[in-house]
Design a protein around this ligand. Structure first.
Ligand code: PBG
Length: 331
């Protein structure tokens, strides 16, 4: 007579057994490293709220990309900090700005790395919002959705022409995936993929990033375009819309407070799914580690495993290189 096993510990006894029955594995190639590009040479400006992360000039972006590649991380996503900002964010599509210059340099020095461009205007506008502001029909000042779309498409085309393999719109305007797809196709950039930040919440966890990218809104907040943290049905709708508009991959952001959302988007979509382990999540872990309150390496791998177990295929993380190295040490 056979009995169901009442002793799950049998399979936890040795490292080999645990490895044999492990359900979730992270590989360095699952990880995407975000980098902040500034102009100049030999420039490394550390970001106070993100220990270990710095704004880098293009030469150092290339070095960092090669270091990441050597650790097994095969993709980077670039954000730019321009020298000048204006109301429209015109620096976003400057072919000689730090981001476009960095893509050309990366394609030259590390051609087998997947180069991803974050597409948003908040780093480039003097008011810090994700598109130009205008008065709506009620006289309220807000980001003008339809005026923003061609500007995003223009930026996406500039990045793709400079060598970006993937463009990743993070602005949360309605209809931007379709607008970007159309813009790319009209310029013959039919092979450039779109990774849509489809499900992006208005989160307190972006705080350190806004220091890094110098992109905090001067007035107001982003709750008029980013999602309400309370909503998950809306996440399904956003994911479906971006799928219908032609997104090749989807993203949920942030990651840790939204693991249920990752699981839900995984359930309703077959597209590759990324999750962004954002700046505030990074800062929390670093701060605890620096105080000796937590084992950083173990906590980091546990966080990444949790995000992947929830359903993410890919994880954007500022700790990509450390995590990749820990994974190969463990292997
Ligand atoms: C641009 C953008 C933001 C992040 C990625 N792209 C900030 C924001 O929406 O304010 C956040 C990334 C992070 O916190 O690590 N819109």
């Amino acid at each position: 007579m056979a009995f169901p096993s009442d002793r799950p510990r049998r399979l936890r006894r040795t490292a080999a057994l645990r490895s044999m029955v492990r359900e979730t594995r992270i590989q360095p190639s699952d990880l995407i490293l975000p980098l902040f590009a500034v102009s100049g040479r030999g420039v490394r400006k550390p970001i106070g709220s993100m220990p270990g992360v710095a704004q880098l000039s293009v030469d150092l972006i290339v070095e960092e990309t090669k270091t990441a590649r050597a650790a097994g991380v095969r993709s980077v996503i670039l954000f730019g900090i321009p020298d000048h900002k204006d109301a429209q964010g015109t620096g976003a599509w400057d072919p000689n700005g730090p981001v476009c210059t960095a893509f050309r340099a990366i394609k030259d020095a590390a051609p087998d790395v997947v180069a991803i461009a974050d597409v948003c205007l908040c780093e480039y506008t003097d008011h810090g919002h994700c598109g130009p502001l205008a008065r709506d029909a009620r006289g309220q000042v807000a980001v003008a959705n339809d005026q923003t779309l061609p500007l995003l498409a223009r930026a996406a085309v500039a990045y793709a022409q400079s060598g970006a393999d993937v463009v990743a719109p993070s602005d949360m305007m309605d209809g931007r995936v379709a607008a970007i797809r159309k813009g790319l196709d009209e310029h013959g950039l039919t092979e450039t993929a779109i990774l849509s930040y489809a499900v992006k919440y208005a989160s307190a966890f972006y705080g350190p990033f806004r220091e890094a990218a110098e992109s905090a809104p001067k007035e107001g907040d982003r709750r008029g375009y980013q999602m309400d943290p309370a909503n998950v049905r809306e996440a399904r709708r956003e994911a479906l819309l971006d799928f219908q508009e032609g997104a090749d991959m989807l993203m949920v952001k942030p990651a840790l407070p939204y693991l249920d959302v990752i699981a839900e988007v995984r359930r309703v979509s077959d597209l590759p799914l990324a999750a962004y382990n954002v700046s505030g999540e990074y800062a929390m872990l670093k701060a605890a580690a620096q105080n000796g309150w937590i084992d950083e390496r173990r906590a980091l791998l546990e966080v990444l495993t949790g995000i992947k177990r929830a359903g993410a295929d890919l994880i954007l993380t500022y700790s990509a290189v450390d995590a990749a190295r820990s994974l190969s040490d463990l292997a």
